[in-house]
Design a protein around this ligand. Sequence first.
Ligand code: NAD
Length: 484
Amino acid sequence: MVSRVIPVEPFDLVIIGGTGDLARRKILPALYQRFVAGQIGKESQIIGAARSEMETESYRSFAAEAIREFTDTDEVKPRKLAAFLKLVSYVTLDAKGEAGWKTLSGMVQENRIRAFYFSVGPSLFGDLAKRLQKYGMAEDDCRIVVEKPFGRDLATAKELNRILARHFDESQIYRIDHYLGKETVQNLMAVRFGNMLFEPLWNSQYVDHIQITVAESVGVGGRGGYYDRAGAMRDMVQNHLMQLFCLIAMEPPAKFEPDSVRDEKLKVIRALEHVKPENIVRGQYDGDGQNPGYRNEVENRDSTTETFVALKAHISNWRWAGTPFYLRTGKRLRDRASEIAVVFKDAPHSIFDEDAGRHHNILTIRLQPNEGIELGVTIKEPGPGGMRLVDVPLDMSFAEVLGPDEADFPDAYERLIMDVIRGNQTLFMRGDEVEAAWAWTDPIIAEWQAAGTEPEPYDPGGSGPEEALFLMHRDGRRWREIKP
Ligand code: NAD
C-alpha cells in the first residue's frame, strides 16, 4: 500500500506564544514532519510571535533545536531542516500592548489561508482576538486555534466562548483536544461505522460495560502550579476522557462532517446522568523512596487536589440504558497506557462443560503506546486436551497489516494542524460541547468541595487507590491491567 500525502494549499500560520513549551515540543516538530512528508509546500509561512525580543535568525535556531530534540533524530536531515527553516520567521509581539502588531499584519498575506495558533494562556485570548481584529487580521476566512484548558468551569468556559464569539464565528474557532487527533481514535469511527459487524452489537443488549483508561506513569513534575488548581477531573476527565467517551457512545452521524459528528457527541454529553459520590473515587499519589509524593511537589503541603479519578457513568438513552461506563485516569500509575475496552456480554448459554471456562469478547482500542485495535475471540485451545476454551486476540495492529511505513502515522498535532489548514473542524470541539462537558463536571466538583473529603492516597507505580478496584468489584467486574 502506498501512503497518500495530499499537499495543503499555501498558508500563513502564526504561532502566538511561539517561544513557549508547546510550540517547542509539539507545534514546530509537527510542522517540520508535515513539511518533510511533502504536505507543506515552500510557499507557506510559519511566523513565531511572542514577547521575547528576538531576530528571525535566533528563532530559527530555537526552532531547529526544538525539532532536533522532539523529533526522532533519524528523521532530522540537515538539508530538509534548512529548507523548512526558510519558511520560519519571528516577530516580537505583545498580546496586551500594541508592540509588534503592525509588523505582523504586514507579514501575513491576504488571499491565502491564515491561521493564528493561540499557544498562550487563556487569559490572553480576549486581548489577542481584539488586536487581530484591530489590525485587520480577523477577516471572515481566518482561523484561530485554541488550546486546553478551555475554562475551569462552566462559567469561565462560557466567558471564553463569549469573548471569542465577539470577533470570530464558530466556524473559525478550532478548539484542540489532541486525543481526537490520534490515528486510532479516527479508526474507532472507521471500525464502528465502516463495518456491518460491530454496530448491531453496539448497545446495552450486547455490551456488558465499557472501560476507558488514560494512565500516566509520570507525576505532575514542573506543572504543579497549574495542576494544583485543576486536578485530574478538570485536566483529563472533562476533556480527553469525555471526548473518547463521546466517540464510543455516540449514534452514527448522518455524515462524517464536522457538525454531524459534533451534534452526536453533544447528545451523549447531554444524556449523561449525574455521577453520585458513591460511584466516584478520587486519589492522590504518595511518594516512594525515589520520588516525592504529590503534596511535596506542589506549594500547598495540604493540597486535596486529586491526581486520580475513577468513576462509573451512565447514559440515559435507548442505546445505553443500563450499561455502565467506567472511566479512570491518574498520574504515577504503573505505566503510560491509554485504552478503551468494549466488554461484550457472555454468550447467553454455554454448550460446553464448566471446565471449558466462560469467556467473553473484548474489543480493545489502544491509544498509546502501540496504537491499534484488538478483538478478543474465544476459540478451542489447540491440542488433544478435550474442549477447553481460550481467548486469543485478533490483532489489528496497523504495523502488521499495513506494513511499517503505513503504520508510521502522523502525531496527533500533525494531523490536527493540517486539519486547521484544510478547514476541517470534525476533530475539534465545538463551543457547546465544551460547555456541556463542564455542566456535567461542575456539580461533581462542587459536591467534593462541599463534602470537604480528602482524596484517597495511593502508592506510585500501581493502579491507583484500592477504592477504585472496589468500584468495579462490587459490580462483579474487574479493571483491565494497566500495561503498555
Ligand atoms: P509557556 O509558558 O511555555 O509559553 C507561553 C508563551 O506565551 C511564550 O512564548 C510567551 O512568550 C508567550 N507570551 C506570554 N505572555 C505574552 C504576551 N503578553 N504577549 C505575547 N506573548 C506572550 O506555555 P505553554 O506550555 O507553551 O502553553 C501554552 C498554552 O498551551 C497554555 O494555554 C497551555 O495550557 C496550553 N497547553 C500546553 C501544553 C504543553 O505541553 N506545554 C499542552 C496542552 C496545552
